[in-house]
Design a protein around this ligand. Structure first.
Ligand SMILES: C[S@@+](CC[C@H](N)C(=O)[O-])C[C@H]1O[C@@H](n2cnc3c(N)ncnc32)[C@H](O)[C@@H]1O
Length: 433
C-alpha cells in the first residue's frame, strides 16, 4: 500500500510506527507501507534527498511529540502554514487572499513557558518531556524550543531534587512527591518563576531548594508549590503556596506592565505576541469614540493595550486567577477606561446593555460556541477581530457569522515555530444593507 500526505492537517495522521519510528510525511511525499508488518518502506530518495527536509537538531525528535517540524526547513514550514490557512478558507467558500504569514525571527528557543514531568530513572529523579501520545517521560533537558535560560534552571532543579532526595511521583504506585516543574520567564525583566507541582502538600526542604536555586540563578525571582490532592491530567490545580518571592512575575508590553501568576494564560512566544497584538489592533482601526468588548481576555494584555486607543473597553474572562491579575494590571498601569468582568463570555454578552462598536474574541483552541456567536449576531458590533490558535475551529465559527459579516483580512502568524500549529487573526465588518 502507498500513502500520500496531501495536506498539512493530514501530517499528524501520517505517523507510522516502524521500529525506528518515522516522522511525519510532508505534503506530496509518498510512503510505501508493508501491509503485513505495518511498517514503512523508506524511500531514501524521497526522505533523504528532499530539499525541504533537514537533520533534526534534537536527539529525541523521533520520540518526543513537542516539535512536529524540526526536520523541516523554516521557510518551508512557513510556506506550508500559509498554504494551509489559504486552503482552509477557500474550502469554506471565502475568496480572500490570505496575508503573508508573519514569520518569527527566533524560530528556536522561543518558548517562555516550559512544563516538564518527573520520573525515576536508575534510582534518580529525572525531568523530561512526554513521549508522543503517551505519559512516558523521556529524560531530557535541552529542548530546542524552550528558552535557553529555562533549560539551564531545569538542570539545576534536577540536581537539587536529587540532593534533597525528593522522589518523582509514580502514578501506578501512587507514591513519590514531584510530578512536574513549570518555568515561566518574563521577556522584559528576564526574570523567572518556578512552580513545583507535587502530589500532596509535602515538599521537604522547599525553602532550602528555592534558596539554592536563586543563589545559582539570580533570574529566578519566585518559586511556588502547586499541590495535587487527586489524580489529574492537568498540570496546575487550585491549591498553591508561595515558597519564595512574590508568587508572580512582571512583564512589559509597550509601556504597560503586566503581572503574571502561575495559572493565568499568557502567550508563550513574547516576540510574536507583540507582532500579533500590533497587527490585531491595526486591523481594528479603532477611534477614540469606540467602545470595545474584549472577550476571552486572559490577564487583560490586549484589553489594556486597546484602552489606549478606544473610548472604553469591557473585558470578559472566566478564569478567576487571570481576572485578578487583570484587575491588578489595570490598577498598576493607572488605567481607568477598562472594566474587567469575571464570567462566561456568553452570559456577559447576553446581558450586556452597552452599545459595542468593536468586538475582539480570542478563544482557546476549541473555538467559541454557537450560543456566544448567536449573541454576537444580536449585538451587531460594526467590526469583529477574531484571534485564534486553531484556524479550523475559527473558520467553523466564522461560518456562523457569514450571513451578517464580511471577512476583510486574514493574517496568519507563526507563534509556534517547529510545530504544526498556526495562529490566525481575522477582521470582519458588518454587511451594509
Ligand atoms: C487563548 S486565551 C486568550 C487570552 C488573551 N486574549 C491573551 O492574548 O493573552 C483564551 C482565554 O479565554 C478564557 N476562556 C475560555 N473559555 C471562556 C469562556 N467561556 N468565557 C470567558 N473566558 C473564557 C481562558 O481562560 C483564557 O484565558
Amino acid at each position: 500500500m502507498k500513502i500520500k500526505c496531501i495536506r498539512l492537517e493530514e501530517m499528524k495522521d501520517s505517523i507510522i510506527e516502524d521500529g525506528s519510528r518515522f516522522k511525519y510525511l510532508l505534503p506530496d511525499e509518498i510512503a510505501e507501507i508493508d501491509d503485513q508488518n505495518n511498517r514503512i518502506i523508506k524511500d531514501k530518495d524521497v526522505y533523504e534527498n528532499s530539499e525541504f527536509r533537514k537533520k533534526p537538531v534534537c536527539p529525541i525528535f523521533y520520540e518526543c511529540g513537542g516539535c512536529d517540524f524540526l526536520h523541516i526547513d523554516y521557510q518551508h514550514q512557513l510556506d506550508m502554514k500559509q498554504a494551509y490557512v489559504q486552503n482552509l478558507f477557500e474550502e469554506h467558500g471565502y475568496s480572500n487572499v490570505v496575508n503573508p504569514i508573519i514569520k518569527s525571527d527566533r524560530p528556536l528557543h522561543y518558548r517562555h513557558k516550559a512544563v516538564l514531568s518527573a520520573k525515576t530513572n536508575k534510582q534518580k529523579l529525572r525531568l523530561g518531556l512526554y513521549r508522543e501520545h503517551t505519559r512516558e517521560v523521556l529524560p531530557f533537558l535541552g529542548c530546542f524550543i524552550h528558552d535557553r535560560d529555562a533549560n539551564n534552571v531545569l538542570k539545576t532543579i534536577e540536581i537539587l531534587m536529587n540532593k534533597y532526595k525528593i522522589g518523582a511521583y509514580d502514578l501506578k504506585s501512587n507514591t513519590g512527591i514531584l510530578k512536574h516543574v513549570l518555568i515561566r520567564k518574563s521577556y522584559d525583566r528576564n526574570e523567572m518563576m518556578v512552580v513545583f507541582v507535587t502530589n500532596g502538600n509535602l515538599l521537604p526542604n522547599a525553602k532550602k531548594i528555592s534558596q539554592e536555586l536563586v543563589k545559582k540563578h539570580s533570574q529566578v525571582v519566585t518559586t511556588v508549590q502547586n499541590i495535587h490532592y487527586k489524580s489529574t491530567h492537568l498540570v496546575l490545580l487550585d491549591d498553591e503556596k508561595v515558597v519564595y518571592g512574590p508568587g508572580y512575575l512582571i512583564d512589559k508590553i509597550d509601556d504597560l506592565s503586566f503581572r503574571l501568576s502561575a495559572k493565568s494564560f499568557y502567550q508563550i512566544n513574547p516576540e510574536q505576541m507583540f507582532k500579533l497584538y500590533k497587527k490585531a489592533i491595526e486591523m481594528a482601526d479603532i477611534s477614540d469614540k469606540d467602545v470595545v468588548l474584549d472577550t476571552y481576555s486572559g490577564i487583560g494584555t490586549l484589553s489594556l493595550l486597546l484602552s489606549k486607543v478606544a473610548k472604553k473597553v469591557i473585558a470578559v474572562e472566566v478564569n478567576r486567577d487571570a481576572h485578578i491579575d487583570a484587575v491588578n494590571n489595570k490598577r498598576y498601569n493607572q488605567i481607568s477606561n477598562v472594566d474587567f468582568i469575571c464570567d462566561d463570555v456568553s452570559n456577559t454578552i447576553k446581558t450586556l446593555d452597552t452599545h459595542i462598536d468593536v468586538l475582539f474574541m480570542d478563544p482557546t483552541r476549541d473555538g467559541s460556541t454557537k450560543d456566544f456567536l448567536d449573541a454576537v449576531l444580536e449585538l451587531k458590533p460594526k467590526k469583529i477581530i477574531y484571534i485564534s490558535c486553531e484556524p479550523k475551529t475559527q473558520v467553523r465559527d466564522l461560518d456562523l457569522l457569514k450571513e451578517v459579516y464580511d471577512i476583510i483580512e486574514i493574517q496568519p502568524v507563526d507563534m509556534f515555530s517547529q510545530t504544526i500549529h498556526v495562529e490566525s487573526v481575522v477582521s470582519l465588518v458588518i454587511k451594509q444593507i
